[in-house]
Structure formats: structure tokens, C-alpha cells
Design a protein around this ligand. Sequence first.
Ligand SMILES: [Zn+2]
Length: 259
Amino acid sequence: MAMTTGSERARATLTYLRRNITTGEWPVGSRIPIEPELAEATGVGRSTIREAVRSLASVGMLETLPGRGTFVRSAAPTSALLNEFLASFTLEEILSYRRALEIEAAQQASMHRTEEDVRALEHAAEDEVGCTRCPVLGFADGEESAFESRFHRLLFDAAKNRLLASLYAGINEQLRTPEHRGRLANVATGSEMERDHARVLDAIRRKDFIDAVHAMADHVDHDVVIVNDQHEVVPPLTRTPEQQQRIDSARVAQEQANA
Ligand SMILES: [Zn+2]
């Protein structure tokens, strides 16, 4: 079957975008040119550009953030490979892996963040004030939300580790699949989320990686959790009352030190 001119253009556009990413012309973490610029560079219509961007987003190479633009997330279609790989693991295993990534990102962000990163995190935290749940996976309150948490994403940007960011994007995509979504819930209330994010942000601002690790560990234990058929939370880690008390008092101590 002969290819139509339209599909040839679509293919050429996809190749153009992909090549800019794989060659590093558009580095991981960078924002790609806006639609009209891409349309001019490639000589195709904006709808063709949009289609190609969507296609690369679906394999985790690009991510479009409403109001901010489209960003390079991976130099290779890692999400597709990673999704296939992750499919053989249980939700419990995937969630505990996510926990490890979030905590490590918080630690590295506290060490590598720039002033610009801090400002971006502050803006994201401000925007999330009033949310009823941490919108980390973009489905606060069980509803698909147009508002995806930039806070967690920006933390990975601030960590300056492309592999962490790529793996995180892949994990989130896997957690959003229908089979997993139904078993997940955000249990932290809006005010708990605000408090937790503020605490993580405060540690990152002060470049205190110990506080950053503790604050994030505390947060991930209730921002996205597994619920059973009776809608009861399955705790990610079982703690004794004494252990929980140590965690709570560490939080109070940090809050008081920075009050
Ligand atoms: Zn959060």
C-alpha cells in the first residue's frame, strides 16, 4: 500500500523530534520549542506536531505540563520497556520501589538544587494549596485531575539525576494503569499534604539531606497507598507505637526548629 503524503509527513515529524532528543540536541530535562516554532522548522501543521509529541509522550520520552510546555524526560523510550518489565511485579513491589525513588530524589535534590529549583518548588507548593489530596499521580480524590502534582516532578528535576527522573516517570505510568489504579488511594488530607510538602521544601531550601530524607519518607507513606477490598489502607511498613512516636517527634522537632 502506498503511503499517503500525510503519513509520510507525520513519520518525518516524529523522526525529527526523536532525533533531536536522542542526539542530545534537546537534553533530558530541557523544554522543547513551542508548537509554532516546531511547525515552522518542520514545515508541517500544528496538529501533526501535536500528534508526534503525543506519540513520544506515550513512550515516556516527552512530557507536556499544562501551562509550562513540553519537556524531554528520557533519551530513549524507556517507559515502554520499563512498563513491560514492571508488569511482572506486584503492586506492593512497585510501590515500595517508588518509595525508594522519592526518598533518594529528596536527598539528591537537597544537595544539588539551584535557587531556581527552590523557586519552582515554592510555586508548585503554592499552587497545590487547597487541593484535597496530594495529586502526585494526577488522580486526587479518585478523579482524573487535569492538575498533576508538579511538586514531586520538580523534585526529580532538582535532583539532577536523569536516570532517577526517567525511572520515576515509568513507575508513575505503571501506577496509573487501570489494574493498579483501583487498588491505590491518596490518604493524606490536603492540609497534611501541604504540611509534608512544606517540610520537604524547607529541608531542600536548607540543603539538609537528613531532614529531606525523613520528611519525604514520612510523606510517601500516606500520599499514595494500597487499599484492600474493604477500602482499608494496607500500611507500607508496619511500625510499633514506639517507632511511630520517634517519627512523629522528629517531625515536631523540625517544625519547632523552623517555626
Ligand atoms: Zn506529595
